[in-house]
Design a protein around this ligand. Structure first.
Ligand code: FES
Length: 101
């Protein structure tokens, strides 16, 4: 059986706004967030001091860093002018969140 390296996590249970840690096929840290009926995949490391964003929380449509509170729009990754994390396209297939390649 072929292993699909783009599978990040199960889609079930993501709707509660609790971020879930994941890694892409190259081992980069990502975070998967279910919010307002949609699923978003963002970079998993805060650009401020490197906190794991999967340990943060969602408030007002933003993923909040657990260390110093920077917040990133879950749709765009933006924090402030010139400061953002990447947002990665994803889809749900057979109940699994997958990165679009
Ligand atoms: S490490 Fe994220 S706000 Fe400081």
């Amino acid at each position: 059986m072929m292993v699909d390296g783009n599978v990040l996590c199960d889609a079930a249970g993501l709707d509660d706004g609790k971020p879930v840690a994941a890694k892409d096929s190259e081992g980069r840290d990502l975070v998967v967030v279910g919010h307002a009926g949609r699923i978003h995949v963002l970079d998993g490391v805060c650009p401020h001091r490197g906190a794991p964003l999967a340990e943060g929380w969602v408030a007002d449509g933003c993923l909040v860093c657990p260390w110093h509170g920077w917040s990133f729009d879950v749709k765009t990754g933006k924090h402030a002018p010139g400061v953002a994390i990447s947002v990665h396209a994803c889809s749900v297939v057979d109940g699994k969140v997958r990165l679009k390649s």
